[in-house]
Design a protein around this ligand. Structure first.
Ligand SMILES: Nc1nc2c(ncn2[C@@H]2O[C@H](COP(=O)(O)OP(=O)(O)OP(=O)(O)O)[C@@H](O)[C@H]2O)c(=O)[nH]1
Ligand SMILES: [Mg+2]
Length: 260
């Protein structure tokens, strides 16, 4: 795919101060979608001042996963970039993710390992993420290096494969996948589908202002449950579809840093 159009989707829960710094750094040629938490309408005028062409979407339920599903539904780009609002993601890295998709990957998975890094992750979270990443690799037969990282990009054709919770359900109750388990859900559904994945080294910076919405224990348990549920859901289909076991997927589209 040459010169794909790009949408940057920014989930934002009460991040006004951070948006002031983050949005001006997102290149103007990208479509910008800011998905705000239902109770934080005050960012709408701020976003419109900073980027008059941006779309501000109000999420339909609660949680980062629901925000991303709402953003994907509103985006028109060929490449959809997941980009946190808190200042931890560097807009200068976006072209690397876009190139990975343009080169043939369906999912460009950010990694703070394999040449990436983090100024932000605590020891507890690092250990938890490592354990959950290893478990994912065992359960799904992949060789990911960083499970719980929010900076990723995907080809829009991957959306039906991901089958994320519908942002517009009739009942409106919470759905599995609405929360911080979203990255895990995407990573494992991509693995089960057997599509080409490329890991993209990325450096996570510190959140600029405010505090994290993530709770290491609560959200770690949700990630673990997601792995177990998704493994059951995949059942026997897994072995046939694993992207790293399939001989017909050329190494070049699996990764610039091929997963060993
Ligand atoms: N719209 C929306 N955005 C959310 C929600 N929960 C988190 N976010 C956003 O998702 C991004 C990631 O959330 P953070 O709270 O920074 O969590 P994290 O990056 O996993 O944790 P830290 O590394 O501690 O920052 C931020 O831009 C949040 O504002 C939500 O319920 N709704
Ligand atoms: Mg953060």
């Amino acid at each position: 795919m040459s010169d794909p159009s790009v949408s940057v989707i920014v989930p934002s829960l009460d991040e006004a101060q951070n948006l002031e710094a983050v949005l001006p750094r997102i290149p103007a040629q990208y479509e910008l979608i800011v998905v705000e938490g239902a109770r934080f309408h005050r960012t709408t005028s701020l976003v419109q001042r900073l980027r008059p062409d941006a779309h501000v979407v109000e999420q339909t339920r609660y949680g980062k996963g629901n925000a991303m599903a709402c953003g994907f539904a509103a985006a028109s780009g060929d490449v959809l970039v997941m980009f946190d609002a808190d200042g931890s993601a560097d807009a200068a890295e976006i072209p690397r993710f876009v190139s990975a998709i343009a080169d043939g990957a369906m999912f460009a998975k950010g990694t703070r390992s394999r040449g990436g890094g983090s100024d932000d992750i605590t020891q507890l979270r690092r250990a938890g993420n490592l354990g959950l990443t290893l478990l994912t690799n065992i359960l799904f037969g992949v060789r990911y290096s960083d499970l719980c990282y929010g900076f990723n990009a995907l080809h829009r054709d991957l959306l039906p494969v991901l089958d994320l919770p519908d942002p517009h359900p009739v009942d409106g109750g919470p759905k599995w996948g609405d929360g911080f388990e979203i990255e895990t859900l995407i990573n494992v559904r991509v693995a089960v589908a057997g599509v080409p994945v490329r890991e993209v080294p990325s450096h996570e910076r510190r959140r600029l202002h405010g505090v994290s919405n993530l709770n290491a224990w609560r959200d770690g348990r949700r990630v673990l449950s997601t792995l177990l549920r998704e493994r059951r859901r995949a059942g026997a289909n897994l072995a046939a579809s694993d992207p790293l076991r399939r001989a017909d997927v050329p190494l070049a589209v699996r990764g610039q840093h091929p997963m060993p």
